[in-house]
Every structure is written in structure tokens, then in C-alpha cells.
Design a protein around this ligand. Structure first.
Ligand code: AMP
Length: 420
């Protein structure tokens, strides 16, 4: 193992590509910030119980993929595999739900950890931006979140994504369906692992990617036919609101998702250019989660969008984001005196809000101009002894190659004017 090798299933974000990741995070956050969502940050690890009770003991995420460990003090913790349980835990701890202002709308951005088999688009450390609306049962809230995710993807220029929509029913109708499905599944020829699944998490079998399983699922009872009137009406309202907002979606009655806490509305954003790891984001309603982790009844809805896969989706569609230039002005001093003067000028430019950088390390003119080129700066400032004696610096336009002397005392203003 090389010392400089990132752990398996992880990768580093490195400039200039890291700029794309930042821009993606910002693009996903922007519609949320504009819609009443407040920023929340929770620890990277939690008591392991939060996830086993919240996400569900029977899910792959908890049973196979969680980075769980015991501290030296004997506390059982886990690196967070997802965001919703932590955000809800934090909201309950801070009593946000008691401030008389429901729903509590929160957004977050951070790193998540799952011990998965790494492949393109699937990592052991990945990044999500998510949103949760806690404490209200209102189809408009479900619709709002889907609309905002759609807006975020569109603002990035993405077009080849689809929205899959389903309802998982509630605590009245889902158990009835679960029984019916279990009855059907028990009669099939399935391997032992899958048979075990029938008893703990039968809905997940609908999601099984294997042909041999899918063939046997023809004629399986479908949840749609078991939804109670309240769930049906709720789902219909969500669908109508999306349609009215001009958001297209596909009804997908097999969409189950891998977490136990979902009820009613569930959705996934899939991108058609990503191969097998096509889900770029997903979410849904989780009316029972608060009670599952020991809180009061707080019907809620949320989503998480994968930043890594959104970046891959941009690549798949050949979209190049217009990133703001990191450096507008690059200073190249010739000699010690110029070094002090230009360093002071760069400091002044930065304080005036101009993105400026400096040639460090005592490079000669040629090497320094190379750095200026690489920085992508629009202007280079060059000054030697003679310029300083005349009270000027040379301002070189890196696009036209044209060079003009500007008075040192007026340099900041002159540069700001040109950049405006
Ligand atoms: P989930 O919490 O599984 O619904 O995941 C929400 C989103 O996070 C997915 O749609 C992916 O974009 C992203 N995601 C989940 N797991 C991974 C992973 N192992 N590697 C990269 N992205 C992931």
C-alpha cells in the first residue's frame, strides 16, 4: 500500500474539478435557501442506536454498510450513513418542533459513509445535500420538495433525469399489503437470503434487480391496490400539484427505497447517463420516524441528493459549468522593491474584493508569467525598478496581450473599473 493512497472506495476532490463539486452543492442549496429552509449541521457520527432504530435494523445500510465502532470510553457510535435521522434527532434535541412554527424546514450538506462495494458512482465516502420539512402533513410540502430538487437539477443544466414517484401507504394500509405480499412471496422459489427477507423486509424484494426474481414477481399484489382512501387522496394531491407546477414524473409502483422509515410519498431522481448507479437523489415522507427514535408524532418529508453522482451526471451530459475565475489579477514583481510594493497592492486588491494572487518563491519573469497564465487571471500586474521610479505598474491584459502603465496610487480603482 502506498502512503499516498486514499482508502478504498474514497477519492479526493482536487482543483480545478473540486470547483464543480462546490458549484453543485451551491446549486442544490440555492432553491432551498430561497424557500424558507434554514441551514443545519450535525456531527459526522451519532450513537449507533439512532440509525438502527431509525433507518432500520433490517436494511442493508444498517446491517451491512454501517461504519460502527466503540470508543475508548465504551460508547457505541457509527459514522452517519445518511442525514435524515441525525437532522430529526437534532431538531428534537433543540425542541425546534415546540416553537410553534411547523413545519421546521432545514437543509444540510455533508459527508456520509457506507461500507459498500465500490464502483463507478458508488463510494464509501460520499457527499449529499439534503432537505427535511418536519412536523406537517401536507401534500403541498411533498410537492414543494420535489419541485425544488427539480429546479436545482435544471439550474445546473441537467435534462436527462427522470422523477419516479410512488406511495408506500401508511400504518393503516401498509401492514395489510405487507401480509398479502408475504403470502405471495412465500410460495415462490427463492434463495435462502431472499426468503429471510420476506419476513423482515418483503417490500424490498420488489426492488430485486435479478431477472429470475423479477419473472416470478409477475402477478404480485401491488401496494397501489391496497392504499387506504386517505393515502390515495394524499397521493393524488401530490401528483396534481406536481403536474400544475409543470414537473413531469413517472408513477413507479415498484419504487420502495432502501430505508425503513418511509411512508406515503416516495420518490427518486434517476439519471439515464449513469449506468447501474443511476439514482442521483431520493427521498420521501417519514411520518413514523420521530416516534421510532423516541420523539412525539411528527409527520415529515425530505430528500437527499448525491453530490458525487450529480457531478457524474453533468459529465454524462457534457455540461461544463461556468465557474467564476478564481484569480482576476496576478502580480509579477521584478526585484525586491517591486516585491514589497506589489505584495502590498495585492493585499489592497483583495481587501477591495478583487480575486488576486502573487508570484511567490522568487521566480524569474518567464516562470512568473507561466504561473500568471496558469492562474487564469484576466490581468497581470508587472513592475520592475524603472516602473516604480516612475510611480507606475504595468497592467497586462491577458486576452489581448496589450500592456498599459497605470499609476500606482490609482491602481486599485483602475483595475476595479476594468473588471466591472
Ligand atoms: P439514499 O440515502 O440511499 O437514498 O441516497 C441518496 C442519494 O445519495 C443517492 O441517490 C445517491 O446519489 C447518493 N448516494 C447514496 N449512496 C451513495 C454511495 N455509496 N456513493 C455515492 N453516492 C451515494
Amino acid at each position: 500500500m502506498s502512503t499516498f493512497q486514499a482508502p478504498k472506495g474514497t477519492y479526493d476532490l482536487i482543483p480545478p474539478k473540486s470547483g464543480v463539486t462546490l458549484a453543485v452543492r451551491e446549486a442544490i442549496a440555492a432553491p432551498l435557501k430561497n424557500s424558507g429552509y434554514g441551514y443545519i449541521e450535525t456531527p459526522g457520527f451519532e450513537n449507533v442506536e439512532l440509525f438502527s432504530r431509525g433507518v432500520g435494523e433490517s436494511t442493508d445500510i444498517v446491517s451491512k454498510e454501517m461504519y460502527a465502532f466503540e470508543t475508548k470510553g465504551g460508547t457505541k457510535l457509527a459514522l452517519r450513513p445518511e442525514g435524515t435521522a441525525s437532522v430529526l434527532r437534532a431538531a428534537l434535541q433543540a425542541n425546534l418542533h415546540k416553537l410553534g412554527n411547523l413545519p421546521v424546514k432545514l437543509w444540510y450538506s455533508g459527508s456520509y459513509y457506507r461500507y459498500e462495494r465500490p464502483q463507478a458512482g458508488r463510494y464509501r465516502h460520499f457527499s449529499q445535500v439534503g432537505a427535511e420539512a418536519i412536523g406537517a402533513e401536507d401534500p403541498a410540502l411533498d410537492a414543494e420538495l420535489i419541485i425544488l430538487a427539480d429546479q436545482a437539477y435544471r439550474s445546473l443544466g441537467l435534462r436527462q433525469f427522470r422523477i419516479l414517484l410512488n406511495s408506500l401507504g401508511d400504518k393503516e394500509c401498509r401492514p395489510v399489503y405487507r401480509d398479502a405480499l408475504q403470502g405471495f412471496l412465500r410460495a415462490l422459489e427463492l434463495d435462502e437470503d431472499t426468503r429471510r427477507r420476506i419476513e423482515i423486509n418483503p417490500l424490498r424484494i420488489l426492488d430485486d434487480k435479478r431477472d429470475a426474481v423479477q419473472k416470478q414477481l409477475v402477478g404480485a399484489p401491488m401496494l397501489r391496490d391496497y392504499l387506504c382512501d386517505a393515502c390515495k387522496a394524499y397521493h393524488e394531491e401530490v401528483r396534481e400539484l406536481l403536474t400544475a407546477a409543470g414537473v413531469t414524473y413517472e408513477d413507479d409502483e415498484k419504487l420502495v427505497r432502501g430505508l425503513d422509515y418511509y411512508t406515503r410519498t416516495t420518490f427518486e431522481f434517476v439519471h439515464d447517463g449513469l449506468g447501474s448507479q443511476s439514482a442521483v437523489g431520493g427521498g420521501g415522507r417519514y411520518d413514523g420516524l420521530s416516534e421510532m427514535i423516541g420523539g412525539p408524532a411528527l409527520p415529515s418529508v425530505g430528500w437527499a441528493l448525491g453530490v458525487d453522482r450529480t457531478v457524474l451526471a453533468l459529465e454524462a451530459e457534457g455540461i461544463e459549468l461556468e465557474l467564476p475565475a478564481t484569480t482576476s489579477v496576478f502580480a509579477v514583481p521584478l526585484g525586491d522593491e517591486a516585491r514589497r510594493v506589489l505584495f502590498a497592492l495585492v493585499t489592497e486588491l483583495r481587501r477591495a474584493g478583487v480575486a488576486a494572487d502573487f508570484s511567490y518563491g522568487g521566480k524569474g519573469l518567464k516562470g512568473a508569467m507561466k504561473s500568471a497564465n496558469r492562474s487564469g487571471a484576466r490581468y497581470t500586474l508587472v513592475a520592475g525598478e524603472r516602473d516604480l521610479a516612475e510611480g507606475v505598474v504595468q497592467l497586462k491584459d491577458m486576452e489581448s496581450g496589450e500592456q498599459t502603465p497605470v499609476a500606482l496610487v490609482d491602481a486599485v480603482n483602475a483595475i476595479r473599473e476594468r473588471l466591472a
